[in-house]
Write a protein that binds this ligand. Structure first.
Ligand code: SAH
Length: 377
């Protein structure tokens, strides 16, 4: 099978060049063509010797996952469904804002963790995405967005930067697919590829402590942690990986991460679930829990999906919760819900996952679904 060059970060591409009898600097040239100019055809790479281009055309390819569908929400959010073979699809979401464009990237087909309020979890797990499939989401997004900008006459000289920020917050747990995610993030950061600063690449984890320590050494980027609960008993229920790495260990890992992080705070994500984790006493507990960690809170109003079994906290409950954290001296934002008319909001990405774990069946057999009453925001 041909080598897919999208699987290679700078270091490995340099090694590949040597194996192919070429100078290592060819890697830089190739990366610029592939990632900055979005070129998939070796013939177009005019500063590379024709003989080498011909050789590459035989042995190698530039093969991002195929784009199957695009949906555009009323607020301009776009969701792409990418074909990752054998009936599976993953989703990437582009969120335009006044001062930036953020791409939300998936790392796995489904997710093996079992967070009870997340629709990706309900899909079960199929497999890890390859580096090519992860970076392919950014490759596509830039190509697609610059194509549209050119068509409507708003293209600038800086079209490779239409995506200015990446968040590893799509389908999957990125730290459970460590090697491929790190290779893809290295490409995001590489000046010959996407050239994003470490502060503009954010990885979100449910709290895989050993991998957080490893990331701190290998590729420190901005870190978000899905906290979602102020104590172990609630977190054990809704983010089950907490049973393996409870809050004390998680908070210690956050403090260690901060020693090398490109930003001087961790973002704690906190999904607001009506009646579950949104009471004033929870906010006070949370304020105490995070006391010795430099952090910001991002409250995420729960985004519903069919048979979720949860409801979004009321607007009043969210404001009350926010105010308690503010009074305790924290910086708090409430995440705006973007793209929910196309199911592109947090926790709504489902793609097409052929579950290998029988998770869905097992869940239906064993888990009583909690139905809550109460107001909506
Ligand atoms: N697995 C990683 C990456 C997912 S990021 C992680 O857990 O951090 C997506 C964020 O949206 C996480 O904070 C996740 O907990 C949150 N989320 C999941 N389902 C949600 C829902 N239905 N409504 C709002 N946020 C949700």
């Amino acid at each position: 099978m041909a080598i897919n060059l999208l699987d290679y970060d700078a270091e490995r591409l340099g090694q590949l060049m040597v194996q192919l009898g070429e100078k290592p600097f060819r890697a830089k040239q190739l990366m610029k063509w592939i990632h900055q100019r979005g070129v998939a055809d070796f013939d177009a790479m005019s500063d590379i010797a024709k003989s080498f281009r011909q050789k590459l055309a035989v042995d190698a390819c530039i093969a991002p996952p195929a784009m199957m569908a695009e949906q555009i929400a009323k607020d301009g959010t776009r969701k792409w469904l990418l074909d990752v073979g054998t009936g599976n699809g993953v989703e990437a979401v582009f969120i335009p804002e006044d001062d930036r464009g953020t791409l939300c990237v998936s790392s796995q087909v489904g997710c093996a963790l079992d967070c009870t309020f997340c629709s990706t979890a309900r899909q079960g797990f199929n497999r890890n995405l390859s580096t090519a499939e992860i970076i392919g989401q950014l490759w596509w997004a830039n190509r697609r967005l610059s194509f549209d900008a050119a068509r409507v006459g708003t293209a600038t000289n800086d079209d490779t930067r239409i995506v200015s920020n990446v968040v590893m917050m799509g389908m999957g747990e990125p730290l459970a697919n460590y090697d491929n995610v790190v290779a893809a993030m290295r490409l995001m950061l590489d000046d010959n590829a996407y050239g994003l600063s470490r502060r503009r690449v954010t990885l979100s984890t449910s709290g895989m402590v050993p991998q957080m320590d490893k990331l701190r050494e290998d590729c420190p980027v901005a870190l978000a942690v899905s906290l979602h609960a102020p104590n172990d008993s609630i977190r054990d229920q809704i983010v089950p990986i907490n049973k393996k790495y409870p809050l004390k260990q998680l908070m210690d890992a956050c403090n260690r991460y901060l020693e090398k992080a490109p930003r001087d705070f961790i973002t704690f994500e906190y999904v607001m679930l009506d009646g579950i984790n949104d009471k004033p006493e929870h906010a006070h507990q949370l304020a105490a829990l995070a006391r010795s960690t430099s952090c910001k809170f991002n409250l995420i109003p729960f985004n519903p999906f069919p048979n979720a079994g949860y409801q979004r906290s009321s607007r009043e409950a969210i404001h009350r919760f926010r105010d308690i954290l503010l009074q305790a001296g924290y910086i708090v934002t409430v995440r705006k819900t973007r793209g929910d008319d196309i199911d592109a909001a947090c926790g709504q990405l489902a793609g097409q996952v052929l579950d290998k774990t029988r998770r869905t069946e097992k869940m239906l057999e064993t888990r009583p679904i909690i139905f809550k009453s109460g107001g909506d925001a």
